[in-house]
Design a protein around this ligand. Structure first.
Ligand code: GUN
Length: 285
C-alpha cells in the first residue's frame, strides 16, 4: 500500500500558521507583509497561477498587489515598474510570473528585482547563495517538495534522488537543496540516454518535465517515493502530472497526486518567503 503525500492539507496548515503570525504582526502595530505579482500577457495557465497566489495572500492577510500588463508591454516599462516596487516600503516581495513574452529578456527582468525582495529566489545573487549552501530564500517549488517530504518524515540523507528535468525553476535548484540534505543526486533531462535505467535506481524520483505519461510503472524501483511536479492537460482538458498515477502508485511507498500535491506547496512556500522577506527587511532597518 502507498501513502498519498497530501500537499493540499500540508499547505493549508502552513498558510494557517502564517495567518496567525500576520495577525500578531498587525496587533503589534506592524504592517502586513506585502507581495507584488506582475503578469505580462494573458497566458491562461499563468493567469490561474497568479490568481491562486493573490488569493493565498488575501486569505493569510498579506497586502497583495497584482499588475496585469498587456502582452505588448516593453521591457523598459516592465523594468521601470520593478524599480518603483523595489523602492516601495509597503512591498516586501516581488514576483514576475514566467514565462515572459519573447520580446522581453527574462534575465534582465530577474536581475532588476532587488535581491532582498526576490521571493522566487531567481536572482543570480540568491542563486549564488543557494549554491553556496547559505540561501537567503529557497526557491518555492523545490522548497515545497522538501517541506512535503519532511511532513511525512521521509529520509533524504544518503538516499539516491533522481531528478528528471533541469529547469532553472525546479530541477537545478532542487538538486542543490537535496545535496544540502546529504542526498546522492542524479539529474536527468531530455538528452539522457536510457532514462529508465536511472529512474529505476531512485529511492526518491522527482519528475519536473511537463510531459504527461513520461513516468511509467517499469521505471520505478519497488517502494520508491515519487514526486510529480508536472502540470499538464490531457486530451479531455483534465489536469495531470508526468507520472501515470494509476499504474505507478501501487509500486510506491509514497506518491504525490496531481492536483493537490506539489502545486499548493509552491504557493505556501512563496507566502513563507514573503513573510521571511518582511521580517528580514524590518530587522535590517
Ligand atoms: N512560472 C512557473 N513557475 C513559476 C514560479 O515558481 N515563479 C514564477 N515567477 N513564474 C513561474
Amino acid at each position: 500500500m502507498y501513502t498519498i503525500l497530501d500537499g493540499k492539507e500540508t499547505a493549508a496548515a502552513r498558510r494557517q500558521k502564517l495567518a496567525e503570525q500576520t495577525r500578531v504582526m498587525l496587533e503589534s502595530g506592524q504592517p502586513a507583509p506585502g507581495l507584488a505579482v506582475i503578469l505580462v500577457g494573458e497566458d491562461p495557465a499563468s493567469s490561474v497561477y497568479v490568481r491562486n497566489k493573490c488569493r493565498a495572500c488575501e486569505e493569510i492577510g498579506f497586502l497583495s498587489r497584482t499588475y496585469q500588463l498587456p502582452c505588448d508591454t516593453s521591457e523598459r516599462d516592465l523594468l521601470a515598474l520593478i524599480t518603483t516596487l523595489n523602492r516601495d516600503e509597503s512591498i516586501d516581495g516581488i514576483l514576475v510570473q514566467l514565462p515572459l513574452p519573447p520580446s522581453i529578456r527574462q534575465t534582465a527582468v530577474i536581475e532588476a528585482i532587488a535581491p532582498e525582495k526576490d521571493v522566487d529566489a531567481f536572482h543570480p545573487e540568491n542563486l549564488g547563495l543557494l549554491f553556496q549552501g547559505t540561501p537567503r530564500f529557497k526557491p518555492c517549488t523545490p522548497a515545497g517538495i522538501l517541506a512535503l517530504l519532511d511532513r511525512y518524515h521521509i529520509p533524504l540523507c544518503g538516499k539516491h534522488c533522481v531528478v528528471v528535468g533541469r529547469s532553472n525553476i525546479v530541477g537545478k535548484p532542487l538538486s542543490q537543496l537535496l545535496l544540502a540534505r546529504d542526498a546522492t543526486v542524479t539529474v536527468c533531462h531530455s538528452k539522457t540516454e536510457d532514462l529508465p535505467s536511472f529512474t529505476r535506481q531512485a529511492d526518491l524520483l522527482i519528475s519536473a518535465v511537463g510531459k504527461a505519461g513520461l513516468i511509467t510503472q517499469n521505471m520505478i524501483k519497488e517502494g520508491a517515493v515519487v514526486v510529480d511536479v508536472g502540470m499538464n492537460r490531457n486530451e479531455s482538458g483534465k489536469l495531470c502530472g508526468d507520472v501515470t498515477f494509476e499504474s505507478v502508485a501501487p509500486h510506491c511507498s509514497f506518491i504525490t497526486p496531481v492536483p493537490g500535491g506539489v502545486g499548493p506547496m509552491t504557493i505556501a512556500m512563496l507566502m513563507e518567503n514573503t513573510m521571511a522577506a518582511a521580517s528580514q527587511r524590518r530587522l535590517a532597518r
